[in-house]
Design a protein around this ligand. Structure first.
Ligand code: PEP
Ligand code: MN
Length: 340
């Protein structure tokens, strides 16, 4: 339920409602809006709770939250959430562009890509140090050494570092180096991991599981929000279908759907979404046209030699061109790609 306070309700009246919500065995979550304050009462439905809160002083009305997710819902918070880490801003008119290799492979590789991303106007640097690979025989990432190289790339360029964390026990280590914690598609429903990243104060990029519905995706985000971290971006990265002309199927209708149902910013990954370098720039443009708040794309100085996902990595020249095109489209959409 959400308790909508009258405009001009006093702090004492708000505190009293919070106290009543907690006495009813529910959790409270205050959202201060521009016009009025609302207090969400979260938890299992209780008989009589609605009536008990409705009579509170300063209360305008109490309305049920219909969506299964609560804190992620536009029913609870209408203003778009802006996720920020250094110069990376995603949402609320800012289009974040996170780019970099699938995996950190060497010092030369990550520094070269970081400068390329920075010079082309990207606002975040991606690069996996802990890699979730389908085959246990594939390159598993440089681990902590990779994190150190990402930190060096950040020092040189100022770009915010976005990197994946695969297990709750890795969160502390990865959080020491990262600006944004990426939860990968394979881990979207790893609830202990969602809670562990929820306990940090770093923004989280949550990727959609390839077989997850929108409700499942938003309920996964809800775990992070409920644990106390409000800086969450949702990433559409494609789903598994019968179709095999692309690696996954990239459903761009999820962008406007999510924006109608959640205040969290939506990022699109056209690299994993298509799995083909030749399709990436077009789908990046389509994502911007669909209203995405951000993009995450794989770029490699020499895709043929990449240790992972080379077939979907843009070359430096292709990335620069994609940036130029996306900048123009962003303007049409009333957004800017900028790090200040
Ligand atoms: C990645 O970003 O390199 C990655 C492994 O993505 P996903 O979790 O979407 O497969
Ligand atoms: Mn990849």
């Amino acid at each position: 339920m959400i308790v909508v306070m009258k405009s001009g309700a006093s702090q004492r009246q708000i505190d009293h409602i919070v106290e009543r919500i907690e006495q009813l065995g529910l959790r409270s979550h205050i959202i201060v809006g521009t016009e009025r304050t609302v207090v969400a009462a979260l938890g299992e439905k209780r008989d009589g709770a609605k009536q008990a809160l409705e009579t509170g002083e300063g209360v305008e009305k109490v309305v049920p939250i219909l969506a299964p997710y609560k804190m992620a819902s536009t029913e609870v918070k209408k203003e778009p959430t802006v996720v920020a880490a250094r110069g990376l801003k995603v949402g609320g008119g800012r289009l974040g562009v996170i780019a970099g290799p699938c995996s950190v492979e060497s010092r030369e590789q990550i520094l070269e890509v970081a400068h390329l991303v920075k010079d082309a106007g990207g606002t975040g640097l991606r690069g996996g140090a802990f890699k979730p690979r389908t085959s246990p025989y594939s390159f598993q990432g440089m681990k902590e050494k990779g994190l150190q190289l990402l930190a060096e790339a950040r020092e040189q360029t100022g770009l915010a570092v976005v990197t994946e964390v695969m297990a709750p026990e890795q969160v502390e280590l990865v959080a020491r180096y990262a600006d944004v914690l990426q939860v990968g598609a394979r881990n979207m429903q790893n609830y202990p991991l969602l809670e562990a990243v929820g306990e940090t104060n770093l923004p989280v990029l949550l990727k959609r599981g390839p077989s997850a519905t929108m409700d499942e995706f938003l309920l996964a985000a809800e775990y992070i929000l409920k644990t106390g971290n409000q800086q969450v971006m949702l990433c559409e990265r494609g789903i598994r279908t019968f179709e095999d002309h692309t690696r996954f199927t990239l459903p761009l209708a999820s962008v406007p759907y999510l924006q109608q149902n959640t205040h969290l910013p939506v990022v699109v990954d056209p690299s994993h979404g298509t799995g083909k370098a030749s399709l990436v720039a077009t789908m990046a443009r389509a994502a911007v046209a669909a209203g995405a708040d951000g993009l995450i794309v794989e770029v490699h100085p020499d895709p043929e030699k990449a240790l992972s996902d080379g077939f979907q990595a843009l070359t430096p020249a292709a990335f620069r061109q994609m940036m130029a095109e996306c900048r123009k489209l962003a303007e049409v959409m009333g957004k800017v790609i900028s790090d200040h």
